[in-house]
Design a protein around this ligand. Structure first.
Ligand code: GDP
Ligand code: GDP
Length: 454
């Protein structure tokens, strides 16, 4: 489990600047999904050796009404569930009325709140920060998110105390060992023995509970890990056709056939933690509703976390042909970037097509964990290179030398070569698609890492 850091503050104080800095991809991993750059609200941060989930709560003005009030409430729920809250203020503006009203709200929560004065570049940082002690929330940190100044120190101070409850906050050193095929084989064997963990996620009312009950069917189930707080999911073991699964139920089904009547609060954080912990994410979308930005954000988070995906479009029963065509068009238009994920049109209510979901889950898991040897990967890489040469850079051709597996779940392919840093993204994508086709990888993102030299 990773801790959750929420960024709050009124608009324009620099939340998204900080968010982007914390979540920008490390290494030269190829995991970009064109079409998925907008509206990044949740991200997996990996910064200076720390890893955590970061949520940009959007702006809170402090005087919302109507729909804005609803959004502000959602932001505040994220605050409520986060482990750490970074309250950003603008060092250039000084304290504003909105800051005061947000501070007042935050003070009422039993939370670790850290006041962070941003944009101290070009200012006397200590003097600028001193202003904000008046908020009455204790110590004030100062950063310049745009330049990265102070961010490292801020994380040291805020995240170190979490090490005990979240050992995983410390990112493991990259453990890719070029020559160690034995380790790769051991890992693949490990995955083959494990139950497949499926997180069933989606917005409220899309049919997650109904689907969970359907998937459980007549199987005898063991429910464990009874939730302690709203942010804990329920884990349910089941077996089907000799394969063991663990359903990670974010909807709060306690017992087969008994849906809790007190509707569980939808919790973004619960969903993010479930994605983190899963092997395969089953994203449930409501065919009777628009595909929303939240659907896209959740999918984006799952992909960035490297999870395998199965998309289920639910409530397909009783739809007119026109409506069905429209939904399919929308899926192509908005979810085109995830076209490697299988999409199922189901009715959880009537059970239609639900059985097929397991096949796609198994396929995605197998794709994500299958062992592929160095010889085969190198051969595929060479075929790709023969079909379509890498470009010239400063008069010299980029040369790819060999490829080997660097990890599973998601599959990581490490390619060694000359001048690989100069490979354009278009060529990286070409390679990724080539590997995908050659290895018949379905349902999981692939990552490729390039290394200079042999
Ligand atoms: P948000 O609305 O809170 O997400 O704020 P943004 O991240 O969009 O930032 C608002 C504006 O402040 C943008 O023009 C940023 O470039 C600028 N900004 C953010 N961080 C800094 C900083 O550290 N120094 C300066 N000078 N400007 C910054
Ligand atoms: P959750 O909040 O995502 O867990 O959604 P629920 O499983 O509680 O379902 C929300 C509502 O949608 C309930 O009234 C369900 O009966 C209904 N529902 C769920 N699946 C289907 C379906 O396949 N077809 C139809 N027509 N309704 C469904």
């Amino acid at each position: 489990m990773l801790p959750v850091v929420a960024l709050v503050g009124r608009p324009n104080v620099g939340k998204s600047t900080l968010f982007n800095r914390l979540t920008r991809t490390r290494d030269a991993l190829v995991a970009d999904f064109p079409g998925l750059t907008r509206d990044r609200k949740y991200g997996q941060a990996n910064y200076e050796g720390y890893q955590f989930i970061v949520i940009d709560t959007g702006g809170i003005q402090g005087d919302e009404q109507g729909i804005d009030l609803h959004m502000a409430k959602q932001s505040l729920q994220a605050v409520d569930e986060a482990d750490i809250v970074l309250f950003l203020v603008d060092a250039r503006d000084g304290i504003t009325a909105a800051d005061l009203s947000i501070a007042e709200h935050l003070r009422r929560q039993q939370k670790d709140i850290w006041v962070v004065a941003n944009k101290v570049d070009g200012l006397d940082a200590d003097a600028a920060a001193a202003d904000f002690y008046e908020l009455g929330l204790g110590e004030v940190y100062h950063i310049a998110a745009a330049h990265g100044r102070g961010v490292n120190q801020l994380l040291n101070r805020t995240l170190e105390p979490l090490r005990e409850s979240y050992p995983e906050v410390i990112a493991p050193a990259r453990e890719v060992d070029d020559e160690d095929e034995a380790s790769m084989i051991r890992q693949a064997e490990y995955y083959a023995d494990q139950p497949i963990k499926i997180a069933i996620i989606g917005r409220p009312n899309v049919g997650k509970s109904t689907l969970t009950n359907r998937l459980l069917g007549e199987e005898r189930v063991v429910v464990y890990d009874m939730p302690g707080t709203t942010r804990d999911s329920i884990y349910i073991d089941m077996e089907r056709d000799g394969q063991k699964y663990t359903l990670i139920d974010t909807a709060g089904v306690r017992k087969r056939g008994r849906i809790d009547l007190a509707v569980e609060k939808f919790s973004v954080i619960k969903t993010l933690q479930a994605i983190e912990d899963a092997n395969v994410v089953m994203l449930v979308i409501d065919a009777r509703d628009q595909i929303s930005d939240q659907d896209l954000s959740l999918l984006g988070f799952a992909l960035n976390a490297g999870r395998s995906i199965v998309i289920t479009v639910n409530k397909w029963d009783g739809l007119e042909q026109d409506a069905k065509d429209w939904v399919k068009q929308e899926l192509d238009r908005r979810l085109g970037f995830a076209d490697f994920a299988r999409t199922h049109f189901i009715s959880a209510l009537h059970g239609t097509n639900v059985g097929h979901l397991f096949g796609s889950v198994k396929e995605a898991y197998a794709s994500a964990t299958q062992r592929v040897g160095t010889a085969q990967l190198t051969q595929i890489m060479e075929m790709a290179q023969d079909d379509h040469q890498p470009p010239l850079v400063r008069g010299r051709r980029v040369k790819l030398k060999y490829a080997h597996a660097g990890g599973y779940n998601p599959p990581l392919i490490v390619i060694h070569g000359n001048q690989v840093d100069s490979l354009p993204n278009s060529y990286k994508r070409y390679l990724m698609n080539y590997f995908r086709r050659a290895l018949k990888v379905m349902g999981t993102p692939i990552k490729i890492e390039f290394r200079e030299g042999a």
